[in-house]
Design a protein around this ligand. Structure first.
Ligand code: HEC
Length: 321
């Protein structure tokens, strides 16, 4: 099992006592030191407070946009992580930290084809400490609500860390870091922008009988489904509600290519995500008048109780197929 330590709280407390002694001896006045985050506000020993103002002081690495959820993501690196990125090194030293903000977007009422950020949804961090986080490949994962509260209860955090790590395993050759610095400029006139890095999530599927899926997933397949394409590999065992959202675009792609429902399902937690071609309307018109494929996704959303998860159904028009 993962152990959860709170060394920062301890170090901060010791440092505070030492400062106090030094300042008193020197007879100087001092302003209030920043209070250490209460243990309840930490995940893996990390708190939002300790990374305060990262968006002003760190390096902007890249932004990404999820077309299906309208979510914008902005990734930042501290100096140590940035130096490794610049060297194209996958060997991140201890102390490297990445932060990612997930933001909702909405149409700009003054110009509706342009979307603007409309508030943070969550903050995520990856902190490099080989020794402390040996079980999650040397990265400590932490996720917080916009108010700085850990998204998951203490007792669920070890499982969440493993779920974070299982997905980041897909990019083991990049030191478990997905983001690459975005290309903002071309070297000289006439140069073309180099292609974006290869698509991130490379998940393996096998063709399975629909009947082998957990009950909850089976019930949400289209009628008369015999075969499905099911995700196998690290995801199967280490999933958390967020995985079901992250995996959706990958499932959609597979469902369209294989012409079979594509599924990620976990027996233990009863979490699942399914994508299939809309049986009532195969074709659709996507943005810009492009021909597309109509796809339906059904997945568990949020954290239910006793494996009774909320089910979210959505319809997409996927262009480019
Ligand atoms: C199903 C896959 C998946 C899971 C699960 C996942 N991530 Fe990520 N993560 C990504 C992808 C893909 C990116 C690249 C940015 C983007 O597309 O949003 C990313 C980026 C990040 C980054 C920015 C650095 C980088 O690698 O690009 C941080 C920090 C991060 N994730 C933290 C977490 C934490 C904390 C958890 C668990 C609570 C988690 N992630 C779970 C897929 C995942």
């Amino acid at each position: 099992m993962l152990k959860v330590y709170f060394p920062h709280a301890k170090i901060a407390a010791t440092a505070f006592v030492m400062c106090l002694a030094v300042l008193c001896l020197a007879g100087k006045s001092f302003s209030e030191p920043p209070a250490a985050a209460p243990a309840a506000d930490t995940m893996n020993g990390y708190s939002m407070a300790q990374f305060r103002d990262f968006e002003k002081n760190w390096h902007l690495v890249t932004t990404r946009f999820r077309k299906d959820t309208g979510e914008m993501r902005i990734t930042y690196a501290n100096d140590i992580a940035w130096a490794a990125l610049q060297k194209h090194s996958a060997d991140y030293p201890d102390g490297a930290v990445f932060a990612k903000i997930g933001l909702m977007t909405q149409d700009d009422p003054a110009f509706t084809s342009s979307a603007v950020p409309s508030g943070a949804r969550r903050y995520q961090f990856m902190v490099r400490d080989h020794k402390k986080h040996a079980e999650t490949r040397g990265w400590g994962y932490a996720i917080f609500t916009p108010a700085g509260k850990p998204t998951y209860k203490k007792e669920d955090q070890d499982v969440q860390s493993l779920a974070c790590s299982a997905c980041h395993d897909l990019v083991s050759d990049r030191g478990y870091v997905f983001s690459q610095p975005m290309i903002l400029a071309v070297a000289k006139e006439g140069d073309v922008m180099p292609a974006a890095p290869a698509p991130a999530l490379q998940v393996s599927f096998t063709t399975d009988d629909g009947a082998t899926l957990p009950q909850a997933a089976q019930k949400n397949l289209p009628a008369n489904t015999a075969k499905v394409r099911r995700v196998h590999g690290p995801f199967e065992k280490h999933v958390f509600p967020g995985t079901m959202g992250e995996i959706r675009p990958t499932l959609i792609k597979e469902a369209i290519t294989a012409r079979l429902p594509a599924v990620l399902a976990d027996d233990a937690s009863a979490l699942f995500a399914i994508a299939y071609i809309n049986p009532d309307k195969a074709e659709c018109t996507a943005a810009g008048g492009k021909k597309g494929v109509s796809v339906i996704t059904v997945s568990t959303a949020g954290q239910g109780t006793d494996n009774n998860h909320m089910i979210k159904k959505m319809e997409y028009c996927e262009a480019g197929y």
